[in-house]
Design a protein around this ligand. Structure first.
Ligand SMILES: NC(=O)C1=CN([C@@H]2O[C@H](COP(=O)(O)OP(=O)(O)OC[C@H]3O[C@@H](n4cnc5c(N)ncnc54)[C@H](O)[C@@H]3O)[C@@H](O)[C@H]2O)C=CC1
Ligand SMILES: O=C(O)C(=O)CO
Length: 320
């Protein structure tokens, strides 16, 4: 007997990657390539599974939803879904929004470590000295023996700890919304943050952007960080109050390494570009060579479950 998810009509699957480039897609569905161009490739009302193009504006990605009257699954290729959540009210009852939790772990954790090491060791200053052809030794902290606090210890946070382990940190402290145990040790609840912030040499942010995390890193949070500490943000720019961070950077008390900023893209002339002690990358944690093969595997795996009527991975919300 066919399950709720086994549709034969309508049955289009919208993919942001040409379907013939994804091996092992299940039979019985009609695959349509939509790469977020100005026009729809087909009738959105036929679409049952919408795999959302990667890192395009929310305005473009949400646009087809009101016409997708039979969609059962909206699958993002980002772990963060804050841009797609407003589309839930346009989705038919029971349709699920799934994220790409796991897809970006390796690449984003690798960038978090890269930013941490580069900022601690003062690599941006050495690059500037090299550009000027000047030999400017500068004794900088190593990661070894430092204490690292990961705020938002989930899939990416845990991948960051995997990569920190060989660097012989003194401590890695984990914070999430609620407490839990892991094989590595406890994850502390957010309510314990104040007890751990003043001890950390490096604070890494890896939370989603939610009502609770927007502006979480404001003047109160930053004031609790120890002098000379480094803030690394691979989460979302909105988790940090940019004005409060700028004040700390300009005083020279803290350092920051940011893959994400608020606003984003950071406009030319924004004071953050030239604040002292800041290293900025333009949201490149996820987008790397690791993306495409992993995105293809996620799409294939989710569609295989969908076609078999089995529970999907990474369901973050269901339309009412
Ligand atoms: N820089 C980049 O290119 C990328 C950034 N991201 C960002 O990283 C975020 C995290 O991704 P995952 O690790 O896959 O998510 P996840 O859901 O596995 O982990 C998130 C963790 O944050 C914790 N959390 C939620 N609210 C919190 C709060 N108020 N205070 C403290 N902790 C809180 C949760 O308890 C969970 O442990 C994404 O939502 C996205 O915004 C994700 C991929 C790439
Ligand atoms: O997955 C996410 O949330 C991203 O930011 C992708 O780079």
């Amino acid at each position: 007997m066919a399950t709720a998810d086994q549709h034969t009509d309508p049955h289009d699957v919208w993919l942001p990657i040409p379907p013939d480039e994804i091996e092992g897609l299940p039979d019985g569905l009609h695959y349509v390539h939509w790469d977020a161009g100005p026009d729809y490739p087909a009738d959105p009302a036929r679409c049952v599974f919408y795999a959302v193009p990667y890192m395009k504006s929310a305005e473009i990605l949400l646009r087809p939803l009101p016409r997708m009257s039979r969609v059962r699954v909206v699958q993002t290729l980002t772990a963060g879904t804050e841009n797609m959540l407003p589309g839930l009210s346009d989705m038919p009852s029971g349709a699920r929004l799934c994220n790409a939790r796991g897809l970006h772990d390796a690449s984003t954790a690798e960038l978090a470590l890269t930013l941490t090491l580069a900022a601690l060791r003062g690599i941006p200053g050495f690059v500037r000295a090299q550009d000027a052809g000047e030999w400017r030794p500068d004794l900088r902290p190593a990661l070894a023996d430092k204490s690292v606090l990961i705020v938002g210890y989930g899939s990416i946070g845990s991948a960051i700890e995997d990569r920190l382990t060989p660097f012989e940190c003194a401590r890695v402290v984990r914070i999430a919304r609620t407490a839990r145990d892991t094989v590595r040790g406890p994850v502390h609840p957010l309510s314990d943050l104040s007890a751990h912030l003043p001890e950390a040499d490096v604070v890494v942010l890896a939370t989603p952007l939610t009502d609770a995390t927007r502006g979480l890193v404001g003047s109160g949070f930053l004031a609790q960080m120890k002098d000379g500490a480094l803030l690394v943000n691979v989460a979302r720019g909105g988790v940090v109050d940019t004005k409060a961070l700028l004040a700390e950077l300009e005083s020279g008390r803290l350092y920051a390494a940011l893959d994400v900023t608020d606003p984003e893209p950071l406009p030319t002339g924004h004071p953050l570009w030239h604040a002292p002690g800041v290293l900025i990358t333009p949201h490149v944690g996820g987008p790397s060579s690791a993306f495409l093969p992993r995105a293809k595997r996620l799409i294939r795996d989710q569609l295989t479950l969908f076609a078999a009527g089995e529970p999907l991975r990474n369901v973050v919300a269901t339309a009412e």
